[in-house]
Design a protein. Structure first.
Length: 381
């Protein structure tokens, strides 16, 4: 759906303090690389010199539910559970590393004054990371020319506990163990979303409306288009009642792939996906998931063709089952994630590598690397 599914390519984040664009690929990591002798990192999961095993980690400006661990999908407790040897502390407790995101301005003073802590930018949103202005950025962006020690692409779905369910289903499919009961589910298709306007979220809303009017009604269990008597309490239990799941992102940008498609796979529904154009048989980048295991809207020229294909898959039991027989994860992610403890150790080392250098103070207008820059503000999708 190349032409009809175009939307805002990205959010152009500018620093609220110095008005400088936060992403300047031509200058990525220049000064930071010079500080460490210009060497590039070894491949994941061993980025640079090992970090502190007893490192202290704090968080600032994450979304509601992260700090108090009420967010079901990803919260501060993930780090306590998965990163061995680290302590989660408060920002005033002299942490070695402070991870910050877009949902507040508490991090600004650490940028303006400099910090003895290594600042790490993290985003689960479709914004460009301030690479070269923060010691380390973690985002969705596919920046292959940037040293891993300066930017790591770790998509948000990695941090969902459903990743372990998907790994199990992936390995079952490798053994030719297929859940053929999915086609017998009573429900046709589900959709769960809580945001109707952020970025290009209106597009997914329109698609669900068209699919419902032109083919069959989609059961909407979120706040958007709800038609099941109110938002469902258990998203995963809701998805398991349907054969398909519309798991469109709120925007399309290379690499921007959140937990939505992961949840569809975890429920064993067939995902109908739009967002990261790499997640397509036409995609130029590396898809996170096996493109034969889901229906990608990016493979179709328009909505009518996509809906026609969905109807064909539903009507043909052999074609329907072919999606369920395909392993889920792309090989490069399966190789990383099947050794979960190794993956988490590598992530810990990435966070704490060279944390003793801290973060230099913000110098407005300075070249990337000689000061840090980001923007506050965000909204969960």
């Amino acid at each position: 759906m190349v032409a009809s599914l175009s939307g805002p390519a990205h959010a152009d984040v500018r620093c609220s303090e110095c008005k400088v664009r936060s992403c300047e690929p031509a200058c990525v990591g220049r000064a930071w690389s010079l500080r460490r002798g210009g060497s590039r990192s070894r491949p994941w999961p061993s980025p640079g010199r090992p970090g502190k095993v007893d490192g202290r980690l704090a968080f600032l400006d994450f979304w509601p539910g992260f700090e108090d661990n009420t967010d079901r999908w990803f919260s501060k407790d993930w780090f306590r559970t998965n990163l061995r040897g680290i302590q989660v502390v408060e920002p005033q407790d002299h942490p070695d590393v402070i991870m910050f995101s877009l949902f507040g301005r508490s991090h600004v003073r650490h940028l303006q004054s400099g910090s003895t802590s290594k600042l790490v930018f993290f985003t689960g949103e479709n914004v460009r990371p301030p690479v070269g202005r923060i010691p380390l950025c973690i985002s969705f962006d596919q920046l292959e020319d940037v040293p891993l020690s300066r930017h790591a692409r770790i998509p948000l779905w990695i941090f969902n506990k459903e990743v372990h369910t998907v790994l199990q289903i992936h390995e079952a499919r490798l053994r030719n163990n297929v859940n053929t009961t999915v086609r017998n589910r009573a429900g046709f298709c589900s959709f769960v979303a809580s945001n109707a306007t952020m970025y290009n979220a209106e597009f997914r809303t329109r698609f669900v409306q068209i699919l419902s009017s032109k083919y069959k009604e989609v059961a909407c269990g979120g706040e958007v288009l709800n038609n099941v008597g109110g938002p469902v309490r258990d998203k995963m239990d809701f998805l398991r009642g349907y054969r398909f799941n519309v798991c469109f992102e709120n925007a399309s940008h290379p690499g921007y792939c959140t937990e939505k498609i992961l949840h569809a796979f975890a429920s064993e529904s067939i995902p109908i996906y739009w967002g990261d154009p790499s997640c397509s048989s036409r995609g130029k980048g590396m898809s996170d998931f096996n493109t034969r295991a889901f229906i990608s809207a990016h493979d179709f020229e328009n909505t009518a063709q996509l809906i026609k294909h969905i109807a064909r898959v539903e009507a043909d039991p052999v074609l329907f089952e072919s999606y369920l027989r395909e392993p889920i994860l792309a090989d490069h992610w399966y190789r990383r994630l099947k050794d979960w403890s190794g993956f988490c150790s590598g992530f810990r080392d990435l966070l704490f590598a060279e944390c003793h250098l801290g973060t230099p103070r913000l110098v407005p207008g300075a070249p990337p690397g000689q000061g840090s820059c980001t923007a506050a503000g965000g909204e969960r999708a």
